[in-house]
Design a protein around this ligand. Structure first.
Ligand code: ATP
Ligand code: MG
Length: 380
């Protein structure tokens, strides 16, 4: 029996899940997304849209009535509402509720023997002073919920900044963690299907700029030992987490080649966009295979790939001219967002080494050239 797929969130991730679902037409009959923005990216590629907030109970119930299975592209869904629904939800609301609170996520990981930076819950300014005395500076003060693109983080490097950092998050529940002096940020896109089968994509390298992912290099340029450690940690994480679907596991590699998990996203992940061209099975198809209980697809990287995000430039908000790119081995994906805002993710491109002769350094140089040639300019 074909299933009607409901997706909470119809931004770029929902859009690319929708496109993958359209290619699985033997399994999926219809795609419905819940998103507050009229004509959201997923709706533009053919998903039916319910316009409403991700946390709006009646909108979620409406989505559930129209769906046989629900998944999500954002982790801020209302788990109280979701857990009351009869409709199948993947990953499960219980997995989501562990992950959507950074403190409960880190507690869960460390209780299961997975490596994370030292962390504490913070309940008051005095408490923060106390915990910083134990951890030493620098630390990151983090909002426990609803953070993205680093907007919920405040780095404290001197005692003078403690009060300011605390006040910055007035009224939010907080945690603090030791700042990791990492040499590289990496991630593993892992999948677990409803039968419990687990696959992982090869480790990739992530370069952030202003706390936002800028470039992903697939595969990561690290030793075989580090690759194996990261894969083991990712597999163990998937075994303990239980949920079905694709998960993005963000990690740090420190200067002694030790791996620490930064955080887990219970969904397809920006650092997995390279799989659209580098692998036989994209992370979006893999996610659907996982939640539908199909066999998981092959995750080998067939061609080295560099993924670059296209972000809205600072100092400009408004409609922008269409972006075009026509170059062999370069795959542009714009998300159909009509308005650019500073640092907003508008699209990405993958540079794929189709010849298998290029070095990563050369791909990065090409990426830089393309980045500089893409201008987001006002539509007049
Ligand atoms: P995103 O939406 O990009 O996943 P987020 O808002 O959930 O981000 P985090 O992933 O916690 O925030 O942090 C964003 C970035 O801040 C990380 O990718 C990393 O560069 C840096 N960061 C986070 N925690 C630490 C830490 N303990 N030590 C050093 N850097 C950190
Ligand atoms: Mg993160």
């Amino acid at each position: 029996m074909k299933k009607r797929l409901g997706i909470i969130g119809g931004g770029q991730l929902g859009m690319m899940i929708t496109e993958a679902a359209q290619n699985l037409s033997d399994e999926i009959s219809e795609i419905i997304v819940l998103d507050p923005t009229e004509n959201c990216p997923a709706a533009q590629v053919g998903a039916k849209q319910i316009v409403g907030d991700f946390k709006d109970e009646s909108a979620i119930i409406k989505l559930a009535e129209q769906s046989d299975i629900i998944t999500y592209e954002i982790e801020s869904g209302n788990t109280d509402v979701l857990s009351k629904l009869k409709t199948q939800i993947e990953p499960s609301p219980s997995t989501l509720s562990i992950i959507q609170d950074k403190f409960s996520q880190k507690t869960f990981l460390s209780e299961n023997g997975l490596p994370v930076s030292e962390f504490y819950e913070i309940t008051s300014l005095d408490d923060l002073h106390e915990k910083i005395n134990e951890l030493g500076l620098p630390v990151l003060l983090k909002s426990r919920r609803d953070a993205y693109d680093g907007r919920g983080n405040f780095k404290i490097t001197s005692s003078a900044e403690i009060k300011k950092a605390y006040q910055h998050f007035e009224g939010k529940s907080l945690m603090v963690e030791k700042f990791v002096n990492f040499k590289m940020e990496v991630s593993v896109i892992a999948a677990r299907n409803t039968n419990g089968d687990i696959t992982t994509y090869p480790l990739v390298e992530n370069v952030h700029k202003n706390n936002i992912l800028n470039v992903t290099i697939a595969p990561a340029r690290v030793s075989d030992n580090v690759i194996k450690d990261a894969e083991d940690i990712a597999k163990k994480t998937m075994e303990v987490l239980k949920g079905a679907g694709v998960f993005g596991i963000e990690m740090f590699i420190d200067h002694d080649d030790r791996i620490l998990i930064n955080e887990i996203a219970p969904r397809v992940h920006n650092s997995g966009h390279h799989t659209l061209q580098s692998c036989k099975t994209s992370q979006f198809e893999q996610h659907l295979r996982a939640i539908l209980g199909l066999d998981l697809g092959n995750t080998d990287i067939i061609h080295k790939t560099v993924m670059c995000n296209i972000l809205g430039p600072d100092g400009f908000e408004g409609k922008y001219k269409p972006v075009k790119l026509d170059k062999d081995g370069v795959y542009l994906k714009m998300y159909g967002k009509s308005v650019s805002k500073p640092q907003r993710k508008l699209g990405h491109f993958n540079i794929v080494d189709l010849s298998d002769l290029e070095s990563i350094d050369r791909l990065l140089k090409i990426a830089d050239g393309i980045k500089n040639s893409i201008l987001i300019t006002p539509l007049d």
